[in-house]
Design a protein. Structure first.
Length: 633
């Protein structure tokens, strides 16, 4: 990138030279003064010395100012995201009140609020708090000053939305949180078709009212119309509502998909809808709801289409980043696309969060922690963000006390976030072998409640009963299970395999054999349908080893070792390593199994010495000296 000369013809590189010369000159003056005094010649007086030094410093300052004014900085080439500047004007947009008499129009208030936040996130000169952090103030009972302190902002936007027939009325006001003075207020009476124009105007007014300056590219970005079809835009707003819900549940993603697809039927050139639909497809595959190759193809198709229609759209860049992340596990390309997305959405917490996800996959734990913490500056009350921080960089790397702190923060912000509550319970098992916190939280939840990436509550009970060696309770749980397999993002095990483990604990060899045969039949059908699903290979390898088919089991263990996830995914790789160790242990390859376990105990891992001690699946190694050393005193 060419560096232009600064005003007054002083190039940036020459400024440093001037500063050095000034420093040398000052040193020379001081030396000469000492020399005159030492030789008895005429001394330079103290005031004269001070005056000379002061003039030199002033000259240096003037040169520096002349060189810096109007200069253009060269952007850093580092792959780390830049810091969120704390001295920017900061704004929180509280959820808009819905005054529409028709309940069917309630989504308008939420949709306009969401998109206003997205618009403001395009402006680098303003720090805008993310959606999840402001949603708890939907029913405002606290004074604005207290809300501003909790969110660390200087100004707050309030508003209301009312739909009457085909008319849309929006009232918005910007308030200085410290003085309670209205900085700006306006009312918009338009048709429903003007929804996007209203939020663009509001965003511009808010930016100017807080004293920030809009660059030309930012002003154009605020005014770019995403679709000429108002109905498509309304469907898009509804889809955003489902996509943004906590828990990452399959039903919410399915609803978002349907709404985005309907929007695209009305306007196939709606790039924002293509970008969001791409993300939905990626999440459906990533979280194990639909691991078919068709999902990944759809994700890539929608991301490419969003970029084709709108090459400069930052949301399209984010969708492409997630295509590399979810679909290809190409961390470097995902990182590069996130950097491009950040240029257009410098205040978007989601982009910063993605940096955290990518760095943890690369094993850059410090960078991942920093990126998540930066995201919390823009989303300080985002419970899901704190939960992710706990489950990613902290729990996996054995920082259990720090992970507990993050889980507590998440649950303070969202007491109903079941995923965080259950994972916090599992943390206590990993940390000190205490199963009671997990038992308590599971008992408080419906047995078949969904936990998103962790499957269901029933699945968590199954593993707890196994750890606790309670085979009768486990068999009762399995008999009532409405599914044939326990499936989650990182697990796919037939419930008949859990039945095998329960019967083996009881010493019922005949029942254990029948259960194992049933599990094998089920996995054989899955491997044909999903030949690239590591979860199927992991489960099949365990079953083959238990059946005594050692060579076939070792082949599955080798498949896991060759997997790109095992080699290049520092976040999920330890899970494959754990399954590989279990396969090798059951296959009689104890030395190879112990080598894997030793690596897990000494590095990032989803198991611990306590789970090794509790889990009966490791009984085959329990009497070996190397294994007993791993368990510690």
């Amino acid at each position: 990138m060419e560096v232009l000369a600064e005003p007054w013809g002083i190039p940036p590189g020459f400024q440093k030279t001037v500063h050095v010369l000034i420093g040398v000159g000052l040193l020379v003056v001081l030396v000469l003064a000492w020399y005159h005094g030492h030789k008895g010649r005429q001394r330079v007086s103290g005031p004269e010395l001070l005056m000379i030094a002061l003039l030199l410093v002033i000259c240096g300052g003037v040169v520096s100012l002349l060189g810096d004014e109007g200069g253009e900085q060269v952007p850093s080439s580092s792959s780390r995201p830049p810091s969120v500047e704390s001295d920017r004007p900061s704004v929180a947009v509280l959820p808009f009140d819905n005054l529409s008499p028709d309940a069917g129009h309630a989504y308008f208030a939420g949709g306009l609020h969401d998109e206003l936040l997205t618009q403001l996130a395009k402006v680098g000169g303003v720090k805008v708090i993310s959606r999840t952090s402001v949603m708890e103030y939907a029913t405002r009972t606290k004074p604005l000053r207290e809300i501003a302190e909790e969110l660390a902002v200087g100004a707050i936007v309030e508003g209301s939305v009312q739909v009457l027939g085909d008319r849309l009325r929006v009232n918005v006001q910007l308030i200085d949180a410290e003085t309670d003075v209205h900085l700006w207020a306006d009312r918009f009476d338009r048709t429903l078709d003007d929804a996007f124009a209203i939020q663009s105007q509001v965003a511009e007014q808010v930016v100017r009212a807080v004293g920030a300056v809009l660059r030309g590219t930012e002003e154009r970005a605020l005014r770019d119309v995403p679709t000429a079809n108002p109905e498509a835009y309304r469907l898009y707003l509804q889809g955003l509502d489902y996509l943004g819900r906590l828990g990452r549940l399959e039903g919410d993603l399915a609803s978002a998909q349907q709404l985005f697809e309907q929007a695209l039927l009305l306007d196939p050139t709606f790039a924002l809808a293509h970008a969001r639909l791409s993300i939905v497809h990626g999440r459906m595959h990533w979280f194990g709801y639909d691991t078919s190759p068709d999902r990944l193809m759809a994700q890539r198709r929608e991301a490419d289409e969003a970029l084709r229609v709108a090459p400069d759209l930052p949301q399209a860049r984010l969708a492409l980043a997630l295509m590399h992340y979810y679909g290809r596990r190409d961390w470097e390309s995902a990182l590069a696309e996130c950097e491009l997305a950040l240029e257009g959405l410098p205040s978007d917490a989601e982009v910063w969060e993605r940096f955290g996800y990518i760095h943890r996959r690369m094993g850059n734990w410090d960078e991942a922690e920093a990126a998540f913490l930066k995201a919390t500056e823009l989303d300080p009350r985002g419970a899901q963000l704190w939960e992710d921080l706990a489950a990613s960089t902290r729990l996996l790397t054995g920082r259990y006390a720090d992970a507990l702190e993050a889980y507590d923060r998440a649950l303070t912000l969202a007491p109903d976030l079941r995923l965080a509550a259950v994972r916090k319970g599992r943390l206590h098992v990993l940390w000190n072998g205490d199963m009671e916190p997990l038992r308590t939280v599971l008992a408080s939840l419906p047995v078949d409640a969904e936990l998103g990436p962790e499957g269901s509550v029933r699945q968590q009970w199954a593993e707890l009963f196994l750890w606790a060696r309670e085979p009768d309770a486990l068999l009762d749980l399995l008999r009532e299970a409405p599914v044939s397999s326990f499936s989650s993002q990182n697990l796919l095990l037939p419930k008949s395999l859990f039945a095998f483990w329960a019967h083996r604990i009881r010493g019922d060899t005949e029942s254990a054999g029948r259960a194992l045969d049933s599990a094998f039949v089920q996995l054989e059908s899955r491997i044909a349908e999903f030949p690239d699903d590591w979860r199927v290979h992991a489960s099949r390898g365990v079953i083959l080893a238990l059946l005594g088919r050692v060579s076939d089991a070792v082949s599955e263990a080798d498949w896991l070792e060759r997997s790109v996830i095992y080699r290049d995914d520092s976040f999920l790789g330890p899970r494959l390593m754990e399954f590989r160790a279990l396969i090798l242990a059951e296959a009689g390859e104890s030395a190879l199994a112990l080598r894997e376990i030793e690596r897990l105990v000494s590095g990032p891992s989803w198991l611990s010495r306590h789970t090794l001690r509790l889990d009966p699946r490791w009984d085959v190694l329990r009497e070996l000296p190397r294994f007993r050393v791993l368990l510690g005193p």
